[in-house]
Design a protein around this ligand. Structure first.
Ligand code: AMP
Length: 193
């Protein structure tokens, strides 16, 4: 089962994806985590994307598509994956659809975490103090929010048009409360996916 989690930066995609891995028995695949690991290890790919990561700008589609395609071929992703941070643009969504179709698979469900902008900023600045992510600074946060609205929200429409079940979940409140809503949303989709 391939589930894609959407939501602006700070909406809790990573946290909710982690909680879902247990429930669904498929891995959490975060392109952001993968790129941060490459950057920290100073691999050639990491060096290529480090400045983009810090500025909150998107990595080139061809780089990210390569990373993702490889990840989906790993044995633990045979039964599916929870995708977090990918696809982020309509061209990436088309590339993912093609990769999945070639393997007789498809995106089964889309979850969109909704959180108001003030809560997002509070969460991201709090995370900045705790985790020191290079992109959790006011300039990069503004860039990432703008990208989400302009480039990623259209991807949700791409899936709606394709007939993939899309459910919006209220992402405010504590982690457990959001997790219960996410699980209820997936349960609600069970009949359709
Ligand atoms: P995230 O952890 O999902 O917030 O991603 C952090 C950063 O990684 C983004 O601001 C981009 O620089 C890069 N990144 C992650 N996923 C993608 C993607 N699908 N396409 C392009 N860049 C990405």
């Amino acid at each position: 089962m391939i589930v894609v989690l959407f939501g602006p930066p700070g909406s809790g995609k990573g946290t909710q994806a982690e909680l879902l891995t247990g429930a669904l028995g498929v891995p959490h695949v975060s392109t952001g985590d993968m790129l941060r690991a490459e950057a920290a290890a100073r691999t050639p790919l990491g060096r290529e994307v480090a400045s983009k990561l810090a500025a909150g700008e998107l990595a080139p589609d061809e780089v990210i598509e390569r990373v993702l395609e490889q990840r989906l071929r790993a044995p633990d992703a045979e039964r599916g994956a929870i995708l977090d941070g990918y696809p982020r643009t309509v061209p990436q969504a088309r590339a993912l659809d093609a990769v999945l179709a070639a393997a007789g698979r498809r995106v089964d469900a889309v979850l969109v975490l909704g959180v108001d902008e003030k809560t997002l900023l509070d969460r991201l600045l709090h995370r900045a103090a705790e985790q020191h992510r290079t992109d959790d600074n006011p300039t990069s946060i503004a860039e990432r929010l703008k990208e989400y609205r302009q480039l990623t929200e259209p991807v949700v429409h791409h899936y709606r048009r394709a007939g993939v079940p899309v459910v919006e979940v209220d992402g405010t409140g504590d982690v457990e409360a959001v997790h219960r809503r996410v699980q209820a949303a997936l349960e609600g989709m069970r009949g359709t996916v």
